[in-house]
Write a protein that binds this ligand. Sequence first.
Ligand code: ATP
Ligand code: MG
Length: 394
Amino acid sequence: MKELILCKYGEVILKGLNKAHFEHILMAEVRRRLEGLGTYTTWWCQSTIYIEPETDDSDLDEAYRRMKLVFGFATVTRAIAVDKTPEAILEAAKNDLPDRLYGIRSFKVEGKRSDKRFPMSSPQLAAEVGGAILTAMPHLKVDLHKPDAVVRVEIREKYAFLHAGAEKGAGGLPAGGSGRALLLLSGGIDSPVAGYMIAKRGAVIEAIHFDSFPYTSDLAREKVMDLGRKLCAYTGRLKVNVISLTKIQEQLRRTVNEEYFTLLLRRSMMRLSERMAKARFCDALITGESLGQVASQTMQALGVTDCAVHMPIFRPCIGMDKEEIVQIARRIDTFETSILPYEDCCTVFTPKHPKTRPELEKVLIEEAKADLASLEDEAFAAAEQVTLHGYAEE
Ligand code: ATP
Ligand code: MG
């Protein structure tokens, strides 16, 4: 039995004149993710990318799993592929489809002909295939209204395909179609979700993480890298730039009014992030802030943080409840890592009464006292970069 993977586009279909550009990006992504899994022929036609294994040792299970995580596909299907003759199709319906129909009681068949030269109409084809399935599995019932499974028979360009249902793909837009953005990645629940959401909209993401050694530990840093690796299931790979804030935090603690400490630290993080973004060819920053979640995420505090930089700041979690963010974190498998109990630089020296309605003029007066410019230069110059790999390179 020959099996192919069919990946059908999502929003890319709407891209009009740009469609071919997105198709090229998707094809490159698919080929990269098939690396190490055997030899495949891939091609696109009619808003679908086809993946055909060429050797028996091709790992189609893993290829299928990976394709479900590629942004840009609405559905992914593992389909039985046969010659475009009624005999071959009915043979497969009898012999190969039953394996995929265990545990169901009713089904219906839908036929579709992209190749109109095929000698049966779609309803005829559906009826014949339905008959063949009933011969092999006589206990099943045909139910056109509420079937347990929908079997599809599609006559396409090269093959006829049979399958018992497509699975949802990762959705979104292909990576790279929307530019590059820098994710401020902490060890918390929100920022990995924020990165995932912007990557899903077609941005290639890179990350920046701030640590505060020795106030934060190597374990805290390793936890952030683990979160980055989880994101790699979607992004393929992820570069994480690490900057130490230790001296900046110590300086702030020595020089500024305690209630401004967190705000000033966050402004410093933003400035360093913007600098890193420019150096890494990114045009936007991404954070996991959610309105009202903590003192530094009130409207006024976010306003004061924003005006430390000029780049757009994407905050996809801004209107989400914690529970909604947690749901996504669970789905993308970052949650269990995020809740491991390691400290973050933002939790070092936190003030007892942080300013929740800061005024910019007063913030700037405090900031001037800290005189951070040279310490920021120093921190930036000492940045390290780690490249995390997803399965594609393992
Ligand atoms: P998260 O759950 O993502 O840690 P949070 O609710 O704990 O978010 P904060 O600690 O105030 O919120 O951080 C807000 C945002 O600032 C984070 O979502 C993240 O984008 C960024 N951030 C916080 N700490 C760091 C850090 N150590 N390195 C990089 N970015 C950070
Ligand atoms: Mg945090």
